[in-house]
Unconditional design. Structure first.
Lengths: 415, 356
């Protein structure tokens, strides 16, 4: 590990020396001719302006009806590629490799006043025909998002998203997190037999809105089953309420506090009979589960502290460890981001994740400590190249701890 | 059956949106007023569009220039258009607000005439739809030129040299307010600043901007959020925003665009001025309360200086560092200051050259 710690800053330094001043060719933000910092504190994290833009259906507030639609702009497409080198070690051994960590194809735009769309396609990066048995082997199609957005149906108070989208309870988006390798652990944790993943984008419909008073809300009905065909006839629903105060929306200025709740159903046995040609089943012994929690985002100058806490309760039917009681757990994360240098070229962040499962499942007790540094070669019109270094240390288990370390260097390229 | 009903209801709900979308076949961009579109790339200024009923001619422009500088259009022969829209003050005035007839202080500062031809609406509140309409307003404003259109026309009619020129330009010896306005507007359409260091930079002279100015451009177009409103070749969206400006001391809050539209969201909103040549015309904003460009940048950095509930949603605190603020100011100060000799060298028409 020491070897990698030494190599990292050297590689970073060499790449920095190669960076040149550039008035780059625009791509994704070519519609407006903006550069990335218009909407991002630093790519990929939205600032207040970017958040308002997103909330307004990818229209600049006040420009509804004046925006160029997708027929009047250059092709409204973009892509993101992350590639690099990672080294991993745990008690079993260690490994290292070059990787294509991910590729996103992105299209979004305004179709008509207050009607817009978003599509994110995430193809698998393994070779065609390969026997891929990784974690995402079951991911069909890789349509991370595809949704229509109807904005300002009742001024700012009612907007609708329909399709597969990132639910409003993702107040801290794992998709737009600076962290490429360390997930928000609590997002993807659940009891042993519950397939629901809080981190997933979901298929359904969501209403959202915001008010001059500083309150924002989102509420939705969804399958609760990620990209898969629904596995039961019950729909899940959720809501979150946010209050912002101070100047800003809590993304990059001002402060924000919020609460959220999720009520869902999942089959507790193998999914029932397929009753629709599109694959939906009627479920089999559906039982319910809950998620609820609190969050806050606090800003001071270019520091941003993000706090997230969640409780999960899964019906005892999901609890293969002790079927006499519901599976209850909690967890969260605290992330402190700092943007520095000219035009936020440098981002430094530290994050702590924790998961507290029931005492009889202490093997899933988790503490994770992560730090990253990102440096952006330029803030160009719709082109962004970030140099990313991330270090994570995880301790899984309460008494018998399994420790692992990850160090990764990556290029995070968006065009 | 219930699901079918739900699906049909949902489709009916979507139908109005879909039909609207169907109607929205895009017009060719050339037929659309640039200000009807959303933000455009920062660029060189396009050619000025000229209304069909007021084509440009050199004689008309010359006539308009004389009228522009002629104090005899005012009630007491002391105020001309150029008194407040002074070429020596970046085609605006010394501020903080304009000083009109009999030393009366107006409530707002004179918007610059340079590049005003690119605005779809004139005045801070957009109450005039054209330069021609704008030119008529100050003549009969009691705190500006303090005249009436009738009295002004009597004055012009009694100057044979003007009547002769009107006949030459418009083919009639009957001078009307509309013809006076057309001549002045024709002159104003020549006050265009197309050649700044920024323009040269865009045309490919990459070394014309200093490193700090390039950094300023980067901030202008990103973290500073300036291009959310100050976009395109004109560095203005031509629209109206409440930016959280302080009201003038001892004065009631200016309702701005709301007076014209009576739309609540227009309360306290004013037209986005162009940033071109901004360095030539301090102080800033509609009430001249921001004395320097540094002050203006600080206003935006704070996300406005007031807690106005009607603050435009585009206004958010920026978190600019001192270096970023300085770069931004450096960009606006020199890089956007025009080098056009035909505009920079415009001198007032001496009274000896006015028609007699």
């Amino acid at each position: 590990m020491k070897k990698y710690m030494l190599i990292s800053p050297i590689v970073l330094f060499i790449i920095l020396m190669l960076a040149q001043d550039c008035w780059a060719i625009p791509a994704f933000a070519r519609k407006y001719g903006f550069n990335c910092n218009m909407c991002h504190t630093a790519y990929t994290k939205l600032n207040d302006f970017g958040q308002r833009y997103r909330d307004n259906g990818y229209q600049i507030p006040g420009q509804e009806g004046h925006e160029k639609n997708v027929l009047e702009t250059a092709a409204p497409i973009a892509m993101r590629l992350t590639l690099g080198y990672s080294a991993y070690d745990n008690t079993e051994g260690n490994t290292n490799s070059f990787n294509l960590f991910g590729f996103d194809f992105f299209a979004a735009g305004v179709l008509h006043k207050n009607i817009s769309f978003l599509l994110i396609y995430t193809p698998r990066v393994d070779e065609p025909g390969a026997d891929y048995t990784g974690n995402d082997a079951l991911q069909p199609g890789g349509l991370e998002s595809v949704s229509l957005i109807f904005s300002n149906i009742i001024q700012d108070a009612l907007n609708l998203r329909i399709g597969r989208f990132e639910p409003g309870y993702h107040v801290f988006s794992s998709k737009r997190s600076y962290y490429l390798f360390q997930p928000y652990e609590i997002y993807s944790f659940s009891s042993p037999r519950n397939d629901y993943n809080f981190d997933d984008n979901q298929i359904g419909i969501e209403a959202s809105g915001h008010f001059r008073s500083g309150f924002k809300y989102a509420a939705g009905f969804i399958n609760g089953n990620g990209a898969f065909a629904d596995n039961n006839k019950n729909k899940d629903f959720y809501g979150n309420l946010i209050y912002t105060f101070g100047d800003g929306d809590g993304q990059s200025a001002g402060q924000r506090i919020g609460m959220f709740g999720y009520y869902g159903w999942q089959p507790t046995n193998v999914p029932g009979s397929v009753v629709a040609p599109t694959g939906e089943t009627n479920g089999n012994q559906d039982e319910n589960f809950y998620r609820y929690g609190f969050d806050g985002s606090f800003n001071w100058e270019t520091f941003n502290l993000q706090l997230f806490y969640m409780n999960g309760i899964d019906d005892k039917a999901f609890n293969s460890l002790d079927q006499t009681q519901d599976y209850k757990y909690s967890g969260g994360f605290a992330e402190l981001d700092y943007a520095a240098l000219f035009n936020n070229r440098l981002v430094v962040s530290i994050m702590y994740n924790w998961i507290r499962p029931p005492s009889y499942d202490e093997g899933n007790y988790l503490n994770a400590y992560t730090a990253l540094v990102r440096y952006y070669l330029g803030s160009w019109t719709a082109v962004n190249v970030g140099l990313h270094a991330e270090f994570a240390h995880r301790e899984l288990g309460k008494t018998d701890k399994q420790k692992d370390n990850l160090i990764a260097l990556a290029l995070d390229f968006a065009f | 059956m219930k699901k079918i009903f739900t699906a049909i209801s949902f489709f009916i709900f979507l139908l109005p949106f879909l039909l609207q979308a169907q109607e929205s076949v895009a017009e060719p961009l050339t037929k659309i007023n640039v200000h009807n579109l959303g933000p455009q790339r920062l660029s060189n200024l396009p050619a000025v569009s000229v209304p069909a009923d007021n084509p440009q001619s050199s004689l008309k422009i010359a006539l308009g220039k004389k009228l522009y500088f002629d104090t005899r259009l005012s009630n007491d022969n002391t105020i001309s258009c150029a008194t407040c829209h002074d070429p020596a003050n970046g085609w605006s005035d010394e501020g903080p607000t304009s000083l009109g007839i009999k030393q009366q202080r107006g409530g707002r500062r004179a918007p610059p005439v340079s590049n005003a031809a690119y605005f779809p609406l004139q005045f801070w509140d957009g109450r005039a739809p054209s330069l021609e309409e704008q030119a008529k307003g100050p003549i009969e404003n009691p705190v500006e030129m303090g005249n009436t259109h009738t009295e002004m026309l009597k004055t012009v009619d009694n100057i044979p040299g003007y009547v002769d020129e009107f006949e030459t330009v418009f083919g009639t010896r009957v001078v009307t307010v509309d013809l006076v306005a057309k001549a002045i507007a024709a002159f104003e359409r020549t006050v265009i600043t197309t050649d700044s260091p920024f323009d040269r930079f865009v045309r490919g002279e990459r070394d014309v901007l200093t490193e700090q100015e390039k950094q300023g451009l980067e901030i202008f177009n990103g973290k500073g959020h300036c291009t959310a409103c100050h976009w395109g070749g004109h560095f203005s969206d031509g629209r109206f925003h409440n930016i959280g400006a302080m009201p003038a001391p001892g004065q009631p809050a200016d309702s701005g665009r709301f007076v014209i539209t009576e739309v609540p969201s227009d309360m306290g909103a004013f037209k986005t001025p162009t940033v071109r040549d901004a360095a030539l015309r301090a102080p800033y904003l509609h009430n001249g309360l921001e004395k320097t460009l540094e002050d203006v940048v600080e206003l935006y950095n704070l996300g406005g200086r007031t807690d106005d509930p009607n603050l435009d949603p585009l206004i958010v605190p920026l978190g600019l560092s001192d270096a970023e603020k300085k770069a931004l100011v450096a960009f606006m100060k020199r890089a956007l200051t025009s080098l056009n000799p035909e505009v920079a060298d415009v001198k007032p028409v001496p009274s000896s050259e006015f028609p007699r």
